[in-house]
Design a protein around this ligand. Structure first.
Ligand code: CDP
Length: 235
C-alpha cells in the first residue's frame, strides 16, 4: 500500500518542530540542545586541551573526538548503559561529518572532545546529535569553516520524505532511511548513509529533499547562535 498520508499529518517535505539552544551546560566550554520532534540531543564540548597520552598527539593539528550515547531512559525499553557497536559507529560517523567544517590547525597536540547525549529518541538521533555538536563547537569558539546540519530522509511505503520518525522507520510495508549531513554554505555533503534499499534515482530525489531541509535547519542553528550573542550584548 502506498504511503499517501504521513502518520503525524506532516507534508512529505516537512520537518518536525525544531528547537535549538546554545550554552545549556555551564561546566562545558561550549554546549547546545537540539530537538527535532521527540528526538532530543544535548552536546557538550571540552577543549581544545592537551591530548594525553602524548604519543596520540598530532604536532600539526588538534584532533576531534566524539562520543555519542543514548541515555538508558531515551526509549521505552531501557538501553543497556555503556558503549555498543552502534554507538561506536555513530561516534565515528559524527566525527567524520564534523571534521570538514573545523579548523584544528591552530591547536597542535590538542584534543577537542564532543560528548553527545540522546535524552529522548524518536529516530534521527545521529542527525540531531550532529546538529547539536556543530552548535556546541561554535559555542565553544572553535574556528569553523561552516556549520554542519543533518537530517534523515528516505522512502516509506514508496514515498520519498524528510525526517522520518520511529513509526515511519518501522513502517511494515517497507522503509529506507538515509541520514545526510552537510556544510550548508559550502554545499558539501559530509555524511551519507543508507539503511535499506534505494534505486539511484530515489537517492537523487532524497538527496534534494535533504539539502532543502538542511538549509532550513542551518537557519535555525544560526538563529540559536545569534540569540545567545544578542543576549550577551544586552546584559
Ligand atoms: O537514531 P538514528 O535513526 O540515527 O539511528 P538508528 O540506529 O537507525 O536508530 C533508529 C531509532 O531506533 C533510534 O532513533 C531510536 O528511536 C531507536 N532505537 C531504539 O529504540 N533502541 C536502540 N537500542 C537503538 C535505537
Amino acid at each position: 500500500m502506498v504511503y499517501s498520508k504521513r502518520i503525524d499529518g506532516r507534508k512529505f517535505d516537512e520537518l518536525r518542530e525544531i528547537e535549538a539552544k546554545v550554552g545549556v551546560v555551564k561546566s562545558a566550554d561550549g554546549s547546545a540542545m537540539f530537538r527535532i520532534g521527540d528526538t532530543v540531543a544535548i552536546a557538550a564540548v571540552r577543549g581544545p586541551r592537551d591530548l594525553y597520552p602524548k604519543f596520540m598527539q598530532n604536532p600539526k593539528k588538534g584532533i576531534l573526538r566524539c562520543n555519542y550515547n543514548m541515555v538508558s531512559f531515551s526509549v521505552d525499553e531501557r538501553i543497556r548503559p555503556g558503549p555498543s557497536r552502534r554507538s561506536r559507529e555513530i561516534s565515528l560517523v559524527t566525527e567524520n561529518a564534523l571534521l570538514p567544517a573545523l579548523n584544528l590547525e591552530e591547536f597542535p597536540n590538542a584534543v577537542v572532545d564532543v560528548f553527545i547525549e540522546i535524552i529522548q529518541a524518536d529516530a534521527g538521533t545521529r542527525c540531531a546529535g550532529i546538529c547539536a555538536a556543530s552548535l556546541a563547537l561554535a559555542d565553544a569558539g572553535i574556528p569553523m569553516r561552516d556549520m554542519v546540519c543533518a537530517v534523515s530522509v528516505g522512502k516509506v511505503g514508496g514515498k520519498a520524505l524528510v525526517d522520518l520518525n520511529k513509526k515511519e522507520e518501522d513502517y511494515e510495508e517497507g522503509s529506507s532511511d538515509m541520514p545526510v549531513a552537510m556544510l550548508p554554505r559550502k554545499n558539501e555533503i559530509s555524511l551519507l548513509q543508507l539503511d535499506g534499499d534505494m534505486k539511484p534515482d530515489d537517492i537523487d530525489g532524497c538527496l534534494k529533499l535533504a539539502i532543502k531541509a538542511c538549509k532550513k535547519i542551518s537557519e535555525i542553528q544560526r538563529n540559536a547562535l545569534m540569540g545567545k550573542y544578542q543576549m550577551e550584548k544586552e546584559n
